[in-house]
Design a protein. Structure first.
Length: 202
């Protein structure tokens, strides 16, 4: 059976593998592109007795025997899988770095400022809601009237539902940028060349 593994979504299978105790295997299958993914998935499918398709592997992984076989497969190939997992992380960092650089250099101001604006908005709304809750709590203590606090708590549920997607984007953005800085993959412009004999103004 010939499959184009790059066009198949293995995310659900990766999640299953992580849940059953094969986190490295799940990380690799969830993010490894191309022929390497095909080889790995084919080997895993053989190990658990399934066809190399997401549906077949996912269905088979519901059986205890297949789960144990997947964990054994990870243990037997752990060193190689960890190398592939590191390669997967580097590919993801490079892709995110290219995306960020494209946004920074884009001529469209909206594209450049969309994610920073999202982060600032989430922070401002969260801080404002927190301050309102503190004020309502103080008011409840002083006046013995919990009406304001009750209304704020009820609004908080709806507000949380709205902020969760935006907060997730902001959190992933901040985490990704930090990881890129630590990995040293964000390219910065080289320092200006010093001209001999020219005094640098302080």
């Amino acid at each position: 059976m010939n499959l184009d593994f790059s066009s198949v979504n293995w995310g659900p299978v990766a999640g299953q593998l992580m849940k059953i105790g094969a986190p490295v295997l799940g990380t690799v299958i969830g993010g490894l592109p191309g022929a390497l993914a095909g080889q790995l998935i084919g080997s895993l499918a053989d190990a658990i007795g399934a066809d190399p398709t997401p549906e077949s592997v996912s269905s088979k992984l519901q059986e205890p025997g297949a789960q144990e076989a997947a964990r054994t497969f990870e243990q037997d190939n752990r060193e190689r899988l960890e190398e592939l997992a590191e390669k997967t992380r580097q590919v993801q960092i490079e892709q995110a770095n290219l995306s960020l650089r494209a946004e920074v250099t884009a001529g469209d101001r909206f594209q450049r400022w969309a994610r920073p604006f999202n982060m600032y908005c989430v922070g401002a709304v969260t801080l404002s809601y927190g301050l309102c809750c503190v004020a309502a709590a103080v008011n409840t203590i002083v006046t013995k009237d919990p009406t304001a606090l009750t209304h704020l708590v009820s609004v908080g549920g709806a507000l949380t539902g709205v902020l969760i997607p935006a907060g997730a984007v902001a959190g992933v953005t901040a985490w990704q940028q930090t990881k890129e800085k630590l990995a040293g993959v964000v390219q910065r412009p080289p320092p200006a060349v010093l001209v001999p004999g020219k005094v640098i103004k302080k």
